[in-house]
Design a protein around this ligand. Structure first.
Ligand code: G1P
Length: 278
């Protein structure tokens, strides 16, 4: 059972400037809910109740979002607006939220390693909130799908999707042996390869289940692409000495790290979720 989920949220969000000058990009709303809250809800659906955040300077609003706002609740108590706080209040009441800071930007691997004390000695999930995932109608979310696989295989798992060849340079890209439809045992993975160096068009998206030995592997991983400690490189080590799976998830992903993806996600949520009163 996966109980904990880590959110690396220290990044600057420069693509959204000036919106992200004084506000963390994870707090940007997709319609009426901050991006990061969708990620927390997806993890909660997968049975997770302990949330850890690797934050940085200027990210206080994330802590405030996952805390009670007494003044606000007092102000709107008894008014028709009370129910607008129900979703976040439920999350606060049923889960714990812990925060630690990454004081240097040294890559995703380093960010995950910074969260080691929050995650402890059991397998845990990682969500990159920028990758906003929605299930197919009636289906379970991506992380819940991966948690089910973890019960069976007990190893690290990354979510993947097919991307156009000219986009491999934006992602970690895997090669693997097919275990069954949509499930691969990883044999190679490369961080942000040019199309001619990509081992396939199967790109890692921001959902991971990691076994805790990953922390020691990260400690021994040299900086890679862009001089940063890459989780992709650490996972390749783990794959070579044991087993790491790549799972082609059911559902749809929006790249909310880009303006285009963010606008598409906003339109999707407005039409398919918000208007239905969810
Ligand atoms: C990170 C990872 C990359 C992965 C991507 C998914 O890159 O390093 O392997 O494919 O997330 O969104 P980033 O988007 O942070 O540059």
């Amino acid at each position: 059972m996966i109980r904990k989920c880590l959110f690396p949220v220290a990044g600057y969000g420069t693509r959204f400037l000036p919106a992200t000058k004084a506000m963390p990009k994870e707090i940007l709303p997709v319609v009426n809910k901050p991006l990061v809250q969708y990620g927390v809800e997806e993890a909660a659906e997968a049975g997770i109740s302990e949330f850890g955040f690797v934050t940085g300077r200027g990210k206080r609003a994330i802590e405030d979002h996952f805390d009670i706002s007494y003044e606000l609740e007092h102000q709107i108590a008894g008014s028709g607006k009370e129910n607008l706080l129900t979703s976040i209040r439920d999350l606060i009441d049923h889960n714990t939220f812990s925060f630690t800071r990454q004081n240097e930007m040294k890559g995703l691997g380093h960010a995950i390693w910074t969260g080691r004390n929050l995650m402890g000695d059991n397998a845990f999930a990682v969500i990159l909130a920028d990758d906003f995932c929605v299930p197919e109608p009636g289906d379970i979310g991506v992380l819940a799908q991966m948690a089910e696989l973890y019960k069976q295989f007990r190893c690290s798992i990354v979510a993947i999707e097919e991307v156009p060849e000219d986009e491999t340079h934006k992602y970690g890209v895997i090669a693997g042996e097919t275990l069954k439809d949509g499930l691969y045992r990883i044999t190679d993975m490369v961080e942000k390869p040019a199309p001619e160096n990509a081992p396939s068009n199967l790109a890692i998206i921001g959902r991971y289940i990691l076994t805790p030995d990953i922390f020691e592997i990260i400690e021994n991983t040299e900086p890679g692409k862009n001089g940063e400690v890459q989780i992709t490189d650490a996972l390749l080590q783990q794959a070579q000495s044991g087993m790491v799976l790549a799972y082609k998830f059911r559902g749809r992903r929006f790249d909310c790290g880009s303006i285009d993806g963010f606008v598409q996600a906003t339109n999707y949520v407005y039409e398919n979720i918000y208007k239905n009163g969810e």
